[in-house]
Design a protein around this ligand. Structure first.
Ligand code: COA
Length: 388
């Protein structure tokens, strides 16, 4: 068991202003839903709907719903299964939504709870005591509530002093959080910052929508960003970070406070995740590849020489194309690892899971890229090098 004794690091060591990743953490829900289970439940919902509306469908007043298919899901997305916090109600054709008990305010909320598990793992791996952390950023797309900030609840549960705040840049939240944390280190305003990304995406997914019901999964990740002066022996230098946003309605969720100001549409499907998947695919691939190549050139990093790309986990085809443009050849699984086959799209956490599970084997001097992209549009790139 790693020690959590206070290191008193910052008071004794001169800070460098150079940000590093000291450690990462991952919480994976125990339950999984396979494509077969998902499609069986969806198709049973479709059959019931069509039977209940048979007359209206025959009269052309209601449109018949179509079955989903395991083959389509795997071929179009690369997803084979996803982890979820609440499996049975999602698969129940009468519910098709997670069921999570509302907790009293005195209890740790569920989003904070899974964030804390991932954060504790990152702290343990870095042998860092909570007292030595200066700030907590909860960087995620699916906030459980508006306020108080999830980050502050996580900060309190971990026993961290300093400050915390939430930030939401959809699927790019974690990389935007990493750049924000790195900027605190660069500016000398902090020496140790936790970026936590709990993503209970099953809450915003429309499990009754054939076009998207297979996309998301639940998870939580944490990344400890620190000044190089206090980094543990094993760490990753952050060589540079780059963020980009371009407005688009092609991935959108209209849930919000103003829904109650227009009750007629408060429960409409646009208050859940909706996307134009084809357009997203076509528009985001060139935007991201260009951003990576331009920034690599500016940082004088040989893009084609990067040892590994930990890309956002939304679609295997998008990753194939982006990796090919960046590396100059078709990337193999070692160069561009996939976790979306078993995790699904976990929004902001995807590239961090890929990094967490696939970085121990790299050697000192190896360079790589953590990269996310998604709604906004938004894209974030974090160039790293394994430290000697
Ligand atoms: N089962 C079977 N068929 C389905 C289906 C399902 N679950 N969902 C859609 N189809 C059908 C469509 O009706 C369509 O049929 P048609 O050709 O007869 O009209 C066909 O499959 C193709 O649909 P389309 O939506 O164009 O599929 P796609 O190949 O674009 O794949 C995504 C859909 C969502 C997997 C893909 O577009 C994607 O991943 N895009 C990127 C999304 C992304 O990264 N988003 C970020 C989210 S944070």
């Amino acid at each position: 068991m790693a020690s959590t004794a206070p290191t008193k690091a910052a008071t004794e060591i001169a800070l460098t202003g150079r940000p590093v990743i000291s450690a990462t953490g991952l919480f994976t829900p125990e339950e999984t839903i396979t494509n077969e289970e998902l499609v069986a439940s969806f198709n049973s919902f479709v059959d019931r709907h069509n039977a209940a509306n048979a007359d209206a469908i025959a009269a052309g007043e209601v449109e018949a719903l179509a079955h989903s298919s395991v083959e389509f899901i795997e071929k179009a997305s690369g997803i084979k299964a996803r982890h979820v916090m609440s499996k049975a109600p999602i698969l129940d054709p009468d519910t098709m939504c997670p069921r999570l008990d509302e907790r009293p305010n005195e209890e740790l909320s569920i989003m904070a709870e899974i964030g804390v598990i991932a954060a504790r793992q990152a702290l343990d791996r870095a042998e860092r005591a909570p007292e030595d952390v200066d700030a907590v950023l909860c960087a995620a797309s699916n906030m459980q509530r508006a306020y108080p900030a999830m980050a502050i609840e996580i900060q309190q549960a971990l026993g961290i002093e300093g400050f915390g705040f939430d930030m939401n840049v959809a699927c790019s939240s974690a990389t935007f959080g990493l750049q924000t944390a790195a900027d605190y280190i660069r500016a000398g305003n902090a020496k140790s910052v936790l970026v936590v990304s709990p993503e209970i995406t099953s809450g915003h997914l429309n499990w009754r929508d054939r076009d998207s019901h297979f996309i998301f999964g639940d998870v939580a990740t944490a990344v400890l960003v620190e000044d190089a002066a206090i980094a543990p022996r094993e760490h990753w230098d952050i060589l540079g970070t780059k963020l980009k946003t371009v407005f688009s309605n092609n991935i959108r969720n209209n849930f919000g406070f103003l829904n109650r100001a227009h009750p007629e549409t408060a429960g409409a499907p646009d208050k859940l995740f909706v996307q134009e998947g084809r357009k997203v695919f076509k528009e985001v691939v060139p935007m991201v590849a260009e951003m990576i190549l331009e920034e690599a050139e500016r940082l004088e990093i040989d893009a084609a020489g990067m040892r590994r790309l930990w890309l956002h986990q939304a679609n295997a085809g998008m990753n194939r194309l982006i990796a090919q443009r960046v590396l100059g050849h078709e990337a193999n699984a070692d160069e561009s690892p996939t976790v979306l086959d078993t995790y699904g799209n976990t929004s902001s956490a995807g590239s961090i899971i890929a990094f967490h599970l696939n970085s121990d084997d790299l050697v000192a001097g190896d360079t790589g890229l953590i990269c996310s992209f998604g709604a906004g549009y938004s894209a974030g790139a974090v160039f790293v090098r394994k430290a000697a």
